[in-house]
Design a protein around this ligand. Sequence first.
Ligand code: NDP
Length: 282
Amino acid sequence: MSNPDRYAVIGHPVGHSRSPFIHQRFAAQTGQSLEYTTIDAAPEEFAATVRAFFSNGGKGLNITVPHKEAALKLVDELTPRAQRAGAINTLALRKGGTATQLGLLGDNTDGAGLARDLLNNHRIMIAGRRVLLLGAGGAARGALAPLLGLKPSELTIVNRNVLRAQELVERFRDLGQLRAIGYDALGNDAYDLVINATAASLAGELPALSPGIVNTRSICYDMAYGRDDTPFVRWAHQRGCARATMGLGMLVEQAAESFHLWRGVRPDTASVLSALAAELQA
Ligand code: NDP
């Protein structure tokens, strides 16, 4: 019997990652023979570790914090959505790529995962709504084109470093009504949907939000997730928002997009999302 194809998520740290849980279930569900592990690589080891992984027969990698920008430098080709985002979270061997002649394809599945989670799992409508996006890092880059494709009436990016938010406005302004501001310019106008794409939750922090940006009709979404509510979700509930949710579904949906790129089959996400939610609570 041949060895299973090898995949992994590479990050630093990466021990907490739920990606092995998700991909192993996708594989079992679709009858694919593969193994999926974690690889911890510090930034200075990243490029050599990726090359060694593929040279030794590895088939695909997910890229997580802090390597998303460094990974861009290793690819020979980008999918159109990764090109648009200027950030990648998935690496695959290009068709015809071999261990000696690598040829790596970079993709970004974060934004598609977010859009699927918002629309399919949470039934959140974006068309005609005012959307506020907190953060201008890798996750925000991936999210912008899919979000603008859902035709919000306007989308505001707020970031501590306003220059980074302005760069994103320049990059995506052809896709819709976009503006960039700093937290001091937030004001107290309520938004229909507030998406937290900052890394603040990972540090147990809350961005410097004005209380009035959320009212009883607002929906709040934190891309971060955990066993307990994140500081942003707790804050949103305290503000009396209509609904607040975390990014567990985005995690499963972006994984399904990567799995589809690698294996050519689309797994069922609902059952894996329920299993993951139960595992988190266990
Ligand atoms: P990056 O490091 O690329 O970007 C971090 C962003 O967070 C920057 O805009 C930074 O602002 C901002 N930030 C960090 N700390 C604070 C703070 N205390 N207050 C306000 N802003 C802050 O990270 P990513 O974009 O890759 O990830 C962002 C989040 O999205 C993480 O929580 C990550 O876990 C989550 N994520 C979830 C996914 C999912 O599938 N559910 C997928 C991908 C990401 P500045 O530029 O001013 O420094």
